[in-house]
Design a binder for this molecule. Sequence first.
Ligand code: F6R
Length: 614
Amino acid sequence: MCGIVGYVGSRNCVPIILEGLKRLEYRGYDSAGIALVKDGLFSIDKKAGKVADLVQHLSHYNGSLSAQLGMGHTRWATHGEPNDINAHPHWDSEEKIAVIHNGIIENYSTIKTKLVREGHVFRSATDTEVLAHLIEEMYKRTQNLASAVRHALAEVEGTYGLVVLSTHESDRMIAARKGSPLIIGVGDGENFVASDAAAIVDHTRQVIYMKDGEVAEITATNIRTMTIDDEDTEREIEEITFELSQIERGGYDHFMLKEIHEQPETITNAMRGRLQVDEGTVVLGGLRDVQDKLLKARRIVITACGTSWHAGLVGEYLFEEIARIPTEVEYASEFRYRNPIINSDDVVFLISQSGETADTLAAGREAKQKGATVLGIVNVVGSTIARESHGGVYVHAGPEIGVASTKAFTSQLTVLSLITLMIARAKGTITEKHAQVLSQELAAIPEKVSRILAKTTEQIKEIAEEFRNAQNFLYLGRGANFPVALEGALKLKEISYIHAEGYPAAEMKHGPIALIDENMPVVFVVPKDGIYEKVISNLQEVKARRGRIIAVANEDDHEIEELADFVIRVPRTYGYFGPIVNIIPLQLLSYYMAVARGTNVDQPRNLAKSVTVE
Ligand code: F6R
């Protein structure tokens, strides 16, 4: 959630760290700080607000700030409000040890009480500060920074990705990871540490993904990784797979808009080399070793959070209707704490863009421990969920920087469709002919998405202008488009702060209908499918109560004009693949609503991109 970047080498690290922080800002953005070690002394600056506020604050150095060892942090507050004091880095009593930290130290209060009793004076309200003081105590005993960090971490409960610098040993960084991602960037005569490859890809493509429980001692020319008990660990250097251009805005006003527009390409990438349209077959290398388990699965459980959970709901329709496997979808945060009944012939899918979401990760561990086959549908290559799963499929959407997830969602849906086709063909729940038709339908989706983007944008901008002052929105859909309604509502509330609810259209009359009057905009997702007439009845019910209707309807639907105030046209698509297409106008609507209201689209208040705390 927060961002970490560190450097040791021979270059001036100030621009490297500040540039890295800007690239990480999408992860958490309520304050930022930088610590530099030079001539045996620390210089630490921190500021509430954006990285730009920190940069502005640093201007009082008149460009004289420079060091070859340093680290920076962007914070998303957990303990203590976002102000200058609570921003990271945090020091020990003597200002000789500084720490930046992502995650939560759960037993910080007990440790703090003990340290206060021993005479330590705390400056901030954060859990992180206890680490600095604890390491200070351990350093007194060990006189070795790496050992002091290891000993301190042995007393800590909770999660962390952290970096420690000290003027005692001013040629090295100590990094440690448990539950919060951390990578080491390997350079030539210089090394980096970061919570996300985006921060360092400018400088190196060679990285080591730190494992949970690992500590690293990093100098300009050497990297040693070890366990908390000082056992050396194996290091594997891997290559960053994305390009710098993928993490830049490339002429768009916001990352979210860029990512919405990337979807024809990202959906294609999700299918590339996997879908054989003419044969109606699917090859998914990451599932080869677990194919048998998947085909024999008694039940599929999909667990995820937020937008990825919505993708899971569509997955339930796909798996049950086409592959005929009983499927349940559960919030990861609920699943992990309710002692679920899991058998060895269950397959549990974890869906996650980041691959680091704490609840999803914990749900996967729980399922694994109970003997299930655990499979990931993940975007970020090398992420923890990807590594810990028995198998899985990358969605290949490329880096998603906008906090509101868009392209990852449609890629998740595409991958779920591919997995469904693969199972259905192998189990014979659909014929070869049917599979070929479905494959053609899938292959046609990127072109349909391009068409929607080209044809609806201007109209959606006008609708956004019309409703920019709305206080509430209702989103309704049925069948596989019910999750689309949920996702449309989530997108709207996330970035424009308008209260929005998604409902199955027929549920409306069991309560939400009380909300409907001439001030309530209601978005209907109403494609011409088997339940079209039913949704139209629900739409009539809203119209009768003077609700204002925005319909997402097919290009050949001529009835709808009479009923809806606004009709956004989408091409017809095979029912269960429809959500991939139907969500596009809702993403655009939330984007242009936010722009019309002047909110910060890419960094909406209170949110963070990757939720690595419970
Ligand atoms: C919504 C959004 C969040 C995430 C959720 C899960 O736009 O981005 O709801 O979908 O936090 O994140 P991942 O997919 O990274 O596990």
